[in-house]
Design a protein. Structure first.
Length: 302
């Protein structure tokens, strides 16, 4: 089993201590040391969410493994507490990883998301109604490498056992109160190999479509006469479905990404019908300013 990082350079490797990330750590280190030039400089990063009482044991395992492999190790304790939502934990995790990337000057963050994660996320976001972007949420980007996306979970577990790797099981992964876990244990196992391949093919094709649509939307935003703002009359004349896509692209262009379908709908309607001078919460301390002729996003000083 081989994995490939896109370019030589420094990478932050997210290692939770679970089987997926411990396999990825082993694979990358083995391939790196097999090369005379050692193309990748790996920094092992671990976040202790503080959700489970035994989570410090995860950190000890990852730290000991990094020391054994002679790799730099960075960790942080978040102390989020039991019952923390998946979204809150994810925000904390990626916030930590981005900080490590910035501090280390790394090219990108590397995660151990695999084929099962890809399919689970697509199903999850279909159920949440997140639209076209939700089906392709797990992908490789310039700042995020996911080299295991084509490998099913069972192959990773088989490799870990064959190589006698140690890993930790997260007990919260069995709690079907979380929708992702319900999908993992009740829905995805019903997919045979053909169904899995078909869903993966749909996701791959949609990634290409999304890239083309995103390029068109970015070009439309660049044609707006006011820097960073939208012409309100132009926006109001867009079909509603198109206006939603434009609003979503505009928010993302201003680093607002974690919005849900209800927030997007609220902002589109407000942009079209609110009185000039209205100020609406757009999330993360940003407000939508509705003018007579323009729509703008602002982050007021606190």
């Amino acid at each position: 089993m081989d994995v490939v990082l896109p370019k030589p350079g420094s990478y932050v490797l997210a290692v939770s201590g679970g089987v997926d990330s411990m396999v990825l750590l082993n694979l990358l280190h083995r391939q790196n040391t097999a090369s005379e030039i050692r193309p990748w400089k790996l920094v092992v990063a671990h976040l202790d969410h503080g959700i489970r009482p035994d989570s410090p044991e995860d950190r000890k395992l990852v730290q000991a493994t990094a020391r054994q492999l002679d790799l730099p190790f960075v960790y942080h304790e978040s102390k989020l507490g039991p019952g923390t939502s998946e979204a809150t934990a994810r925000t904390a995790r990626y916030g930590f990883l981005r900080q490590v990337r910035q501090a280390s000057g790394a090219r990108a963050i590397v995660t151990a998301h695999h084929q099962d994660d890809l399919l689970e996320t697509a199903i999850l976001n279909i159920l949440r109604g997140t639209g076209r972007k939700g089906l392709t949420a797990l992908s490789n980007r310039h700042d995020m490498a996911r080299p295991l996306l084509g490998i099913p979970k069972r192959d990773l577990v088989a490799y870990a056992r064959d190589q006698n790797l140690q890993w930790r099981e997260d007990s919260t992964n069995q709690d079907q109160m979380y929708l992702r876990n319900y999908i993992r244990h009740r829905i995805l196992p019903r997919f045979d190999q053909q169904a899995r391949a078909r869903l993966e093919e749909i996701i791959t094709k949609l990634q290409t479509t999304n890239h083309e649509l995103d390029t068109l939307l970015a070009n439309q935003l660049h044609t707006q006469p006011v820097g960073g703002a939208l012409e309100r009359q132009w926006f109001n004349h867009l079909p509603h479905a198109v206006a939603r896509e434009v609003m979503a692209a505009w928010l993302r262009a201003h680093s607002l990404r974690n919005f849900d379908s209800k927030t997007l709908e609220r902002l589109v309607v407000a942009a079209k019908v609110s009185r000039p001078g209205s100020r609406l919460d757009a999330g993360r301390g940003t407000v939508l300013l509705v003018g007579t002729n323009t729509l703008a996003l602002d982050k007021p000083e606190r």
